[in-house]
Design a protein around this ligand. Sequence first.
Ligand SMILES: [Zn+2]
Ligand SMILES: [Zn+2]
Length: 157
Amino acid sequence: MLQMTDQELQALTRELSDIYFKKPYPDDIVFNPRLRTTGGRYIPNKCLIEINPKYLQELGREELIGIIKHELCHYHLHVEGQPYHHRSQAFKTLMKQTGSPRHCKFLPSQANRRRHHYMCTYCQQEFRRVRQVDTKRYRCGRCKGKIEKKTIPIDET
Ligand SMILES: [Zn+2]
Ligand SMILES: [Zn+2]
């Protein structure tokens, strides 16, 4: 199981902020095991980012990095006094500039036995399988569209 301390998380976040945003991240970021399905959250009045540790443990470092970058988009806009919610144009632009994701994968532990969730990219039909499916070969049973792993929004900010 992948583990990381809060100090290591903080060091990684400072590095990502420097590389992708060209700005420092002097505030705190911590793992919060009480977060359930959301990947993370930004708490504006504390200038604090919280990360769901399950995403690192179950889905790995790349997924964690995506979530951190997403929260950094909220953070940097907020501290600069810009609109920082998902619907704002400033947020969409910054996400694009920094290559930050809007969605994250579905947590395997939140699913039942059919833990692999997929969605048709054409008709949006969702389905679950016990085993992994080859998304390059398998097509939607309803419309024959391409399928991909289902994702969920990283947070509600
Ligand atoms: Zn379909
Ligand atoms: Zn968000």
